[in-house]
Design a protein around this ligand. Structure first.
Ligand SMILES: [Fe+2]
Ligand SMILES: [Fe+2]
Length: 133
């Protein structure tokens, strides 16, 4: 389980809400793997997570461009690496008879908590300076 609390807040309403939703999807994925195997359900949730991640990244990247954010390149690179990784999970999942390895949930929880607290928090000053709260 990953619980969003105010320590994860970047102080920007739209982005905090998106992060909360992402945490919620990951928890749902975690739950679904504890239940009796339901391959279709799990694969639906991974797809939902990927789609919502892509949507969330495009929100952040839109502001990077708009505000001419200095760390744009490195940040987009992280987003792209994540997308590649999740794409690969989806392929592996299909090949492994619908067994979702524990490492995937682990990776997702670790990646999101580290990314939100790390790279995401670096843009807060810039976004706030441009009046985005
Ligand atoms: Fe983010
Ligand atoms: Fe990000």
């Amino acid at each position: 389980m990953i619980i969003w609390d105010k320590d994860f807040s970047v102080g920007i309403k739209e982005i905090d809400e998106q992060h909360q939703k992402l945490f919620e999807i990951i928890n749902r994925l975690d739950d679904s793997t504890n239940a009796p195997t339901n391959t279709e359900k799990i694969s639906e949730i991974i797809k939902e997570l990927l789609d919502y991640s892509v949507y969330h990244f495009s929100t952040e990247e839109k502001y990077f461009k708009e505000f001419n954010y200095e760390h744009t390149e490195a940040h987009i690179k992280s987003h792209n690496l994540y997308k590649e990784k999740v794409d690969q999970f989806i392929i592996d999942f299909k090949e492994k008879d619908g067994n979702l390895p524990f490492e995937i949930i682990n990776f997702l929880s670790n990646w999101w908590t580290a990314h939100v607290n790390g790279q995401d928090k670096l843009y807060v000053k810039c976004f706030h300076e441009h009046g985005l709260y």
